[in-house]
Ligand binder design. Sequence first.
Ligand code: FA5
Length: 335
Amino acid sequence: MLEDLKETFLKEREAIQSLADVNQLRVKYLGKKGLVTAQLKALSTLSSEERPAYGKRVNDLKVLIEQELEARESRLKDEELQRQLRAESIDITLPGKAVSHGREHPLSRTLSAIVDIFVRMGFSVEEGPEVELDYYNFEALNFPKEHPARDMQDTFFVSSEVVLRTHTSPVQVRGMEKRKPPVRFIAPGKVYRCDADITHTPMFHQVEGLMVDRDITFSHLKGVLEAFLHRMFGPDTPVRFRPSFFPFTEPSAEIDIGCILCGGEGCRVCKGSGWLEVLGAGMVHPAVFEHVGYDPGEYSGFAFGMGIERIAMLKYAIDDIRLFFENDIRFLKQF
Ligand code: FA5
């Protein structure tokens, strides 16, 4: 009987594959209702002569089974550990993962370069609101209500009296209201117009400039802007002033530089002309001085405004303004 039990166990032991199998056999033989346990319980039915010898055999079998199962168990655990170690092995010769660094957006870089040049020329930096009163965006800049010049700019109206500023020129008025001449500041910021193609976007950036004092002339304007453009684009860059019109300056000019993309031969970006407009400028109109309480008989000044995107496109030879706002990493990584 005990011999049969031992034989069966030894056979079943050979079939052990997993820790679950070990446990199953442990329960089957040694558990509360196990086969060996039953034999131990049956001892009480034996006579006192038979009991010690049989008891010893049952006990030997129990010890054998315990030892066998423990041996199996520790071998299985060991194999499992080895498998895990093999699977988790680390190849320390592999190159590490590179941490990629962010970098400054090309427009921020361009703006910093512009600000830097003007600060060196003694200009301070002024700011104004993007949601602006009609008064500052148009009226105080000599665009009277119903004046046809207001059609020059396609405006986002917030209400009849409030607009998204269409240019940074309102900061001229706010800046002059705050102080007495002499005045010399630039005012960078976002502006908004209903406009979209390869050189225009509905939101873009401008830098305004204003200088007011006694005896400021058009020559000062030319000198400051030429110095700026030559520092920005190199001393040999062609610069031209064209007569133009803005309600808040008189006389007015638009300033072009030779197209850097095609070297002046004519391309898609300069629309075949070889020139690219980068700035609007002029002598501050007396009507603007009157709105801020400056005496136009005593003071004169010049103002200018430029598109930062356009400067950046020229500086980095970018032929589509929309690239600045698509956040394509392949584009941004090049700067
Ligand atoms: C003005 O906005 C005037 N306030 C500039 C000025 C200031 C003149 C002070 C006189 C004195 P204009 O509309 O031309 O002017 O725009 C100035 C510049 O902004 C342009 O030369 C161009 O570089 C840029 N610009 C205009 N519209 C867009 C647009 N939709 N997207 C990108 N850049 C634009």
